[in-house]
Design a protein around this ligand. Structure first.
Ligand code: RUQ
Ligand code: CUA
Length: 662
């Protein structure tokens, strides 16, 4: 199979080189393809580039994608798992939003995870996911965990990649929205959650007239424990920041390990009020020419936290702004108009900042930042934070086009920046000083590839690691306009796969993938062989909530039973193709029901569902899984429970009766 594929690719490379314009339609005679394939390509009016794109992305049945992309699910609150380069959706992981297929939020262990994410007891039924972040070891994705933030409510979720399930949602006790998360430090010591729109810490009421005095930003360093697979709030800390609307962050790596860099975009401290005749936010926050790149020494901040130089606010350890200044944890340097992305280069030497209203990206040298800090004598902003002059730390500026946002990297020394207003991906060289004899060695724009349309983020294969792979980037386009069939006024987003294997001006568009369920923001792409999830749960009776044996698991049908204790009815049920045991359960109205279900299956893909009519209960029981549901039998009547996954030829017979006597 593979050899045939390579053979066809070779044929096409011959074809492509003979067709330099790349736009003529393939003809059977010129293509050198097998006659039927050539005829089909000609009949469909394909150009050689089209055929190249098709051959690059087609996955024959049973062949697996070499890369897996974890994409934010935007307002759906979920995470999308997509194969690259085929761009097939493999899964939607339920994170912040109840999801019936996975039985997440319908009576099983997911309920507790969702409940932990309530805001002061208020049930939140969705999330606005922005930035997924894979766990890292030595700056490389290790395939163990995935983190993602909820911008709307300042929450962080932890997904365990052994079973691709959300294990923890944690509400930030001092911020009400966030954006600059999730980003991990190079060994996943911390998961960083930066803030966004300033509010008083703990989001208590304060008048906007008191903005400068009472409103604040706050960056959180969530300590992560790999053994338990959980964020540990008691080992985490926060740092108070001026109310500058901190935006995206990126952790330093290699030479800059121990530091984190965050943009901001309202150093003007505009407070809006267009209805009062004030400038609207969009103008007010863009009044100044520069905002501040925040430069934070997190390793030193950790020492300050461990030395106890913190306050406790709503249960979280907080380094006050004054302490951060006194201890030398926080520095600023100007960044051009309305910055958005801050991206650290693979070796950690540079930070690339895109300014939405500036056609350049600005490249900062970490070494120069260190020198400027060491030299001291810095002026401060109005809160007393030292500000390093831009000319002391700027390494280069590269003019790329309109609306540069985010930058990713490859293995050949190229950087790729999304240009929102230009609707293009800019490829440029990460080099030393410009050398006209070897322009590609400098900081030089080499190609702008149009994309369709209005690209936000861009993702690269292994792109945020210390060693990116350089085969593909994916343009995460906000608008699709005319790319897909009209499905009404709400249009899908468009993920476009781009081939970056060629050098110079040879990026090629390969594939359009509609995302018809939300607006994803960022995505990360990992080598598929770094992931090693379970095929079935390791033992019958496994509790995915604790990733250990469930205390109420039973391992044979002989143990299936119902016990009554006063008005508490406890059920131990087995689940195996194609029956539940027991199949008849009779209780009284008003009983409290505790129902343990164990799947005895150990066959791959033999998943059973479990739904109880009328009671909003729906589980997914994957092979070996045990879950417990608990409810009050408030309705009398005749109910059925049945399997919702077509698990066998006799799946329709997989049911039981729940009789609730009045
Ligand atoms: S965002 S399009 Cu990361 Cu939320 Cu930039
Ligand atoms: Cu079990 Cu259908």
């Amino acid at each position: 199979m593979m050899r045939r594929w390579i053979g066809i690719l070779l044929l096409f490379s011959v074809l492509l080189s003979s067709c330099s314009g790349g736009q003529q339609t393939v003809t059977p005679a010129s293509s050198g393809l097998p006659a039927d394939a050539a005829a089909l390509a000609a009949e469909r009016g394909f150009t050689p580039d089209d055929v190249y794109a098709a051959l690059k992305t087609y996955m024959p049945s049973g062949e697996l994608d070499p890369y897996i992309m974890f994409s934010s699910g935007g307002q759906s609150g979920q995470v999308l798992v997509i194969g690259v380069p085929s761009m097939r959706i493999l899964k939607v992981i339920a994170v912040f939003t109840p999801e019936p297929w996975q039985g997440f939020g319908f009576g099983g262990h997911g309920d507790q995870v969702l409940e932990d994410g309530y805001v002061n007891g208020y049930e939140i039924k969705w999330g606005d996911t922005h930035h997924p972040s894979l766990s890292e070891t030595n700056g490389e994705y290790d395939g163990q965990f995935l983190f993602i933030n909820d911008k709307a409510n300042a929450r962080l979720a932890v997904i365990d990649l052994r079973d691709f399930e959300t294990k923890q949602i944690i509400k930030n006790p001092n911020a009400i929205n966030d954006h600059g998360g999730a980003f991990v430090t190079p060994n996943t010591e911390y998961v960083i959650e930066g803030p966004q729109y300033a509010a008083p810490l703990g989001w208590e009421y304060a008048s906007l007239d008191d903005y400068e005095e009472k409103y604040r930003g706050v960056i959180t360093f969530w300590a992560f424990d790999r053994m338990s697979g959980r964020v540990i709030p008691d080992k985490s800390f926060q740092m108070e920041l001026p109310p500058y609307w901190q935006d995206l962050c990126d952790a330093g790596k290699k030479v800059s390990d121990g530091w984190v860099f965050c943009n901001s975009f309202n150093v003007e401290m505009a407070t809006g009020g267009i209805e009062l005749g004030n400038p609207p936010f969009e103008a007010g926050v863009s009044r100044g020419d520069t905002d501040y790149l925040h430069i934070i020494d997190w390793k030193k901040a950790e020492q300050v936290y461990q030395a106890g130089k913190v306050e406790t606010l709503n249960g979280m350890a907080l380094i006050r702004l004054q302490t951060a200044i006194d201890e030398g944890l926080l520095f600023f340097t100007p960044e051009p108009k309305s910055p958005h992305g801050a991206d650290v280069t693979p070796g950690g030497e540079f930070i690339v900042v895109g300014g939405k209203l500036d056609p350049h990206v600005t490249i900062y040298s970490f070494e120069k930042i260190q020198q400027a800090i060491a030299a001291g004598g810095l002026e401060t902003d109005s809160y007393g934070v030292p500000v390093i002059p831009l000319d002391k730390v700027m390494e280069a500026q590269v003019e790329l086009g309109l609306g540069p946002l985010h930058t990713v990297f490859d293995d050949k020394g190229y950087a790729y920046t999304s240009l929102f207003l230009d609707s293009a991906v800019a490829r440029w060289t990460l080099g030393g000083p410009y050398d006209s004899l070897n322009p590609e060695d400098g900081w030089t724009l080499v190609q702008k590839l149009p994309v369709q349309y209005n690209i936000g983020h861009i993702a690269a294969a292994e792109g945020d690691t210390a060693s990116p792979d350089g085969l593909y980037v994916v343009a995460l386009n906000k608008w699709s306009i005319d790319r897909f069939a009209n499905v009404g006024p709400l249009l899908p987003q468009n993920f476009q796969l781009v081939d970056i294997t060629g050098s110079g001006a040879q990026m090629k568009l390969l594939y359009d993938m509609p995302i018809g369920m939300a607006e994803p923001h960022y995505a990360q792409i990992i080598k598929a062989d770094k992931l090693n999830p379970f095929e079935v749960y390791p033992q019958v009776g496994w509790d995915p909530g604790t990733m250990a044996l469930h205390p109420n698991a039973i391992t044979s049908e002989d143990e299936a039973r119902v016990e009554r204790n006063g008005n508490v009815v406890e059920i131990w049920m087995t689940v195996l193709r194609s029956h539940f045991k027991p199949e008849r359960i009779e209780i009284q109205k008003g009983d409290h029901v505790i129902w343990h279900l164990t799947s005895l299956e150990q066959t791959r893909d033999a998943t059973h569902g479990f739904a109880i009519s009328g009671y909003n209960i729906n589980l997914s029981l994957e092979p070996g899984e045990t879950q417990t549901i608990e409810f009050d039998a408030v309705m009398s009547g005749t109910f059925t429970y049945y399997c919702t996954e077509f698990c066998s030829a006799l799946h329709l017979e997989m049911l039981g009766y729940l009789l609730v006597k009045p």
